[in-house]
Ligand binder design. Structure first.
Ligand code: SF4
Length: 193
């Protein structure tokens, strides 16, 4: 059988079942790991672990201005923003070399969330208006790469036909970039839960 090159996708590592969350557990998505995973090659990234924070670790949250929030540990109030950004600069250079076609991020995370992440003001009132520190940095540096979070992909259901992603392999890269997540979104599928 001819070798078929798989599409490379970045993904938040906890979605593949890696025990990298602050509390030492994962957020496995079987849909992403097993179903979609047959057709793509994942490049797992956990910003919080890779930037040097251990497992388990203190939980963190976004604080301050929703447009430019800081990444702050929930109890001891240490500011981890620069630690993460310094790591992210190097990691993004590696990801560029990997030639990934998109990224699937974990929703609601102060590091990985791509939309509506809680940001707390000085009165500890959250607004659902932030973007995770790594996700924001990623999107700024790869403005043309499609990004999605697992919630959106799950909500659209499990795609019976997403095997058709294979038919995109071999098309030119820009075509692929533009259409990959459109393909994921548009097929009709059963819901997972
Ligand atoms: Fe790591 Fe992101 Fe998952 Fe948090 S959401 S555990 S930072 S991969």
């Amino acid at each position: 059988m001819a070798h078929m090159e798989k599409i490379k996708l970045g993904i938040s590592a906890c979605l593949l079942g890696e025990n990298v969350r602050y509390n030492g557990v994962h957020k496995l998505s079987s849909f992403l790991k097993d179903a979609l995973g047959k057709h793509v090659q994942y490049v797992p990234v956990c910003p919080e672990v890779e930037c040097g924070l251990g497992v388990p670790r203190e939980s963190m949250r976004l604080e301050g201005n929703p447009d430019s929030p800081r990444l702050i540990t929930s109890h001891t109030k240490q500011d981890m923003t620069e630690l993460m950004l310094n790591w992210a600069r190097k990691r993004l250079a590696q990801l560029k070399k990997e030639d990934i076609c998109g990224f699937i991020f974990k929703s609601d995370s102060p590091s990985c969330g791509i939309k509506r992440v809680k940001v707390y003001n000085e009165k500890c009132m959250p607004v659902d208006a932030g973007v995770g520190i790594f996700a924001k940095f990623f999107m700024k540096h790869f403005p043309f790469l499609p990004v999605e979070d697992e919630e959106s992909l799950h909500d659209l259901g499990l795609r019976k036909n997403f095997i058709d992603i294979k038919s995109y392999v071999g098309h030119d890269k820009i075509h692929l970039d533009n259409h990959l997540f459109a393909v994921l979104r548009n097929f009709t599928i059963e819901r997972i839960r």
